[in-house]
Design a protein around this ligand. Structure first.
Ligand code: DGT
Ligand code: CA
Ligand code: CA
Ligand code: ZN
Length: 580
């Protein structure tokens, strides 16, 4: 995905927030919010578009297009800067707290002079919010909880932000003179859901040209340390990046070491010690003679320790060493195994692109099948009706098989599905007769997030027991760093999924990654099946699949566990869910 699109999207989102905070026109704020979403989801790099091209993007008029060209011309937008100057940065930080919108943030600043998260915490503990209109004890509790969520995310960034940046850096450093190899390691290579810092590794005889090129990258804002083996910088988004350069014959040992995790490394080092060896980032050495045994490839390092090569996504000390020794490591599902996407939207509801564009982009990815699952009518703001749904179905049937999937014989199969809303009692939008005509139904919780544990458990289990519900969408509804998971007895839900033939979604959106790795491991023990879905609302989102697959790997899933790696015949049998 183009980084410039993300940058401009973030800028307009900020502008929308600033308009709201400064008491500006709510309609105007919404216009910029919409434009931010449309630009973030646009398929072409907005940095390459002229005024006319920009105005082809839905929701982008002349004045917004001009701000985009101003941004790429001068590096900033004066209208945004003006509003920024009127509001202390701390107040904008306040709006990042879940449960605290721009209006409330402004009230706190104007009435109580609060301009930082710390000041807000103090004010709540001092019960100074009580007298403000709209701030009861319940709001206080919610805000404190929101602050906690924000803090637990700490300075970590979401997976897509770090991945985009790391891909760019590797691409920029690889052609540098003398660079023999370059890749990212650390938590990013292990595909953790959030990333503390990016660890780039390069192999070269002489590190100087690489270190210099690294510090000169355009998005580097600060050089924290500049050395011969390691250089650390900070980038525009505040994210820190380490570059380590090792001699080419240490590549494998260094990659193994800096990929981690720390806990996995402690285990591998123990294995080495047992065999009279010492493992470091420079290689595997004989303790007695001090001689280097192996170091060039990761495979060699693991092999000398009596282990098969262990996929980075499994290196968390969750039993991978023992499984490796027993020859029982799973072969993790890979992105190449994925044959289709089973949860996606179009502009019939809250997606940005029409059906034809979404399907064409899916075929471009080489999918054998692809499901359209727009929102059901119970999500009232989407204004879905039976007629609209059936009209979409007709179009899906017409287009079925007409998109040629890249690298495949025959056309891509289009499935017509729906994303149902699991109501507070576990019922869904339509009765069985209507649901029976869909190829598949995803069902998700979109409301009443605060139900008690028993009620929430019963609610989701009841959805599983619905013979037409095939996939539970984003099962815990968490948003990383913003909204906690719902409170439910997940073991009971997982058992119900396994029992009823309902798949659990691994929602690949980097804000969600839901289920998360640990829950996947648990669900797998119950014998449940999974669907790795993008939940795309725009064509570029289809590529988020990689994060879902990484998360599935972290949950030790093989392709047999994931229904959208299956042949169409096997998938369709599963979707019938024992119905006649
Ligand atoms: P992060 O950055 O918090 O998302 O997580 P990591 O895993 O990328 O951690 P980081 O950046 O501190 O270090 C990168 C890798 O380097 C880590 O996964 C394992 C290795 N490493 C770092 N410090 C140590 C250490 O003290 N002992 C061992 N055995 N390995 C270390
Ligand atoms: Ca790291
Ligand atoms: Ca690091
Ligand atoms: Zn959805």
């Amino acid at each position: 995905m183009a980084r410039s699109n993300d940058e401009v999207a973030a800028l307009f989102q900020e502008y929308a927030d600033l308009i709201s905070i400064t008491g500006g026109d709510a309609f105007r704020a919404r216009v910029y919010e919409k434009a931010a979403r449309a630009i973030g989801g646009h398929h072409a790099d907005v940095a390459t578009l002229d005024l006319k091209g920009l105005q082809q993007i839905p929701g982008v008029g002349k004045s917004i297009a001009e701000k985009v060209t101003e941004y790429f011309g001068t590096g900033s937008v004066s209208a945004v800067d003006e509003l920024r100057a009127r509001i202390p940065a701390g107040v904008r930080e306040l709006t990042a707290i879940p449960a605290l919108g721009p209006k409330k943030a402004l009230a706190l600043y104007e009435e109580l002079g609060i301009s930082s998260v710390d000041e807000l915490t103090d004010a709540i503990h001092g019960e100074r919010l009580r007298d403000l209109k709209g701030f009861g004890p319940r709001t206080e509790e919610k805000i404190l909880h929101g602050i906690e969520l924000l803090r637990s995310a700490g300075d970590r960034v979401l997976l897509d932000v770090a991945t985009d940046l790391a891909d760019d850096i590797v691409a920029a450093l690889s052609p540098v003179t003398g660079c023999r190899r370059c890749a990212y390691a650390g938590s990013l290579r292990r595909v953790r859901e959030t990333i503390g810092d990016i660890d780039i590794l390069a192999a070269a005889e002489d590190s100087a040209p690489l270190m210099d090129a690294f510090t000169e990258l355009p998005y580097v804002t600060e050089v924290i340390a500049h050395g011969g083996t390691k250089t650390s910088v900070r980038t525009t988004k505040g994210l820190a990046v380490d570059l380590r350069v090792v001699p080419p014959d240490s590549w494998g040992a260094a990659l193994q070491y800096f990929t981690g995790s720390k806990a996995h490394n402690i285990r591998t080092r123990e294995r080495a010690v047992h065999q009279g060896l010492k493992l470091s980032e420079y290689g595997l050495f004989d303790v007695v003679s001090g001689e280097k045994v192996v170091s060039e490839t990761e495979e060699e390092v693991y092999a000398r320790l009596g282990l098969p090569w262990i996929p980075p996504t499994l290196r968390e000390d969750r039993g991978e060493i023992d499984a490796g020794l027993r020859g029982e490591l799973p072969e993790p599902v890979s992105e190449a195994d994925i044959r289709g996407d089973l949860h996606t939207h179009t502009d019939l509801t809250d997606g940005l692109a029409p059906l034809e564009e979404m399907a064409a982009a899916a075929a471009e990815r080489g999918y054998a099948y692809y499901a359209i699952t727009d929102h059901g009518p119970d999500l009232a703001m989407q204004r879905m009706t039976d007629e609209r749904m059936l009209a979409q179905r007709e179009r899906v049937r017409e287009l079925d098989g007409t998109f040629r999937a890249r690298g495949r014989r025959g056309g891509m199969r289009l499935l017509h599905g729906v994303e149902l809303n699991i109501g507070p009692d576990g019922s869904v939008d339509w009765p069985g007769e209507f649901l029976a005509s869909f190829d598949l139904c995803v069902a998700s919780v979109h409301s009443h997030f605060n139900q008690g544990r028993d009620e929430m458990t019963r609610r989701i289990v009841r959805a599983c027991e619905n013979p037409y519900v095939n996939i539970i969408g984003h099962p815990t509804t968490r948003l990383i760093g913003r909204r906690p998971a719902v409170d439910a007895d997940l073991d009971e839900v997982f058992a119900a999924c396994a029992r009823t033939g309902t798949a659990l979604e691994i929602n690949a959106h980097p804000d969600r990654l839901d289920l998360r790795d640990e829950d996947i491991l648990r669900a797998r023990r119950h014998g449940a099946k999974f669907a790795v879905d993008s939940d795309a609302h725009a064509t570029p989102h289809l590529a988020n699949m990689r994060y879902g697959v990484g998360t599935a790997q972290r949950g030790w899933l093989t392709k047999d566990d994931v229904i959208n790696t299956w042949t169409p015949t096997r998938l369709l049998r599963f979707l019938r869910k024992g119905r006649s």
